[in-house]
Write a protein that binds this ligand. Structure first.
Ligand SMILES: [Zn+2]
Length: 401
């Protein structure tokens, strides 16, 4: 018997250079066969994906989903992993530093095990994470031994360390701020990577711009991630409209560049400037929060993908940047991020809808697009999960132009 058969979909899987109409069979949570015309008589359940796109389960490399772990008065911050995840067509989310050494056990013990979405976390270098932002005001807010211990306690969930290059931490600690994140990762010896938020959204301190080249050349190593790579903020990768020269060298060293759209870390202009100067990001992520889900301009990961499509990135690249590539970054590409036989059945079914769409960024700028992806169903470890109504009053599609 086969638990589930998805028929007639356009299988689009950059990890295998696969793009064609095929069937996919799932049994016991794993992909057991892909190919044309698989016999449906053995299948307990059949989903007809005719005219739909079937991709590896989408992975959101930057979210804030520590629901329930927060400071009083910040009820709007933390999202729910399944709302960002399976109910939005996303099978894996990485929480990017919502918690730190003193409260991440709440995440590993009570959040991650109780959601359907495959959920991982980055430990914030600040001991309480962004549940108490700004999370680093001075060196008292960093506890290296406790952070190392936290990483070592749960390497199955905590895959890296997060640091934000923002006021007031950069003023107090300078380059020692990101260096302490790298030190925690090094000392833990769990293979953790460092994700750095660039762009001083809290202060626009010129110091952030001075530190950015040093961060790229002195601190980050292979597998580390720069998030908000397309940002217009002071201290991100653009200086006076020019892409920092250190970006190219860092990329050659194996540093990863992530989009992290978020509330204030992306504009269509800055995105064009960065990409026109030769930096095509490795991964697309949302920086999802409860607030952004409701107020925008980042309601979901698919919306971020749609914005990248509107900026001219190909459909295949957009899917790679949200499937196989982030799976490699997290180190779970031996389990997910592909539709290959033997891997976990983490699958997203999308509708690619044509139209005259209008996208907005935080600066008020608009961009037109003619294609929008809309999640239809999510399969997580073989289990079919419902996609919700969508974040907009009319559902999932972008605004009409
Ligand atoms: Zn974030």
């Amino acid at each position: 018997m086969t638990d589930l058969l998805i028929t007639n979909g356009r299988l689009l899987d950059p990890s295998q250079n696969l793009d064609g109409v095929m069937d996919i069979a799932i049994d016991d949570g794993e992909i057991t066969e892909i190919g044309p015309n698989i016999d449906p008589s053995d299948a307990a359940r059949v989903i007809d994906a005719n005219s739909l796109i079937v991709t590896p389960g989408l992975i959101d490399l930057h979210t804030h989903v520590a629901a329930g772990i927060r400071k009083a008065g910040r009820e709007d911050m933390m999202g729910d992993a399944d709302i960002a995840g399976v109910h939005s067509g996303v099978t894996t989310v990485l929480d990017a530093g919502s918690t730190g050494a003193y409260n991440i056990a709440g995440f590993t013990n009570f959040v991650a095990p109780n959601v359907f979405t495959r959920t991982y976390a980055l430990l914030n270098v600040g001991t309480l994470g962004v549940t108490r932002a700004p999370e680093v005001r001075d060196s008292e807010d960093i506890d290296i031994p406790a952070s190392v211990e936290a990483l070592q306690a749960r390497p199955d969930v905590i895959v890296g360390v997060k640091v934000r290059m923002v006021t007031p931490g950069i003023g107090a600690l300078g380059i020692d701020l990101p260096k302490s994140a790298r030190q925690i990762a090094n000392e833990a010896e769990t293979g953790a990577f460092v994700m750095v938020h660039v762009g001083d959204i809290l202060g626009q301190d010129p110091l952030a711009a001075e530190l950015a080249p040093r961060l790229l050349s002195e601190v980050l190593t292979e597998g580390d991630v720069v998030t908000h790579a397309l940002s217009f903020q002071v201290g991100a990768l653009l200086k006076g409209g020019d892409l920092l020269a250190e970006v190219k060298v860092a990329r050659e060293r194996g540093v990863i560049f992530d989009v992290g759209v978020g509330k204030a870390n992306f504009s269509f202009d800055s995105a064009k400037q960065v990409m026109d100067q030769g930096l095509m990001p490795d991964t697309i992520s949302s920086d999802f929060t409860q607030m952004s889900r409701h107020e925008g301009p980042t309601h979901s990961l698919v919306e971020c993908m749609n914005k990248m499509l509107a900026l001219g990135v190909s459909l295949e690249d957009v899917i790679r940047m949200t499937t196989s590539r982030p799976a490699e970054v997290i180190g779970i590409n031996d389990e997910t991020g592909t539709l290959a036989v033997g891997y976990d059945a983490d699958i997203t079914i999308l509708d690619a809808v044509g139209g005259d769409f209008l996208f907005r960024d935080v600066t008020g700028a608009t961009l037109k697009g003619s294609l929008a992806l809309k999640p239809v169903s999510t399969v997580r470890a073989g289990q079919v999960m419902p996609v919700d109504f969508g974040p907009r009053p009319w559902g999932w599609l972008p605004e009409q132009a």
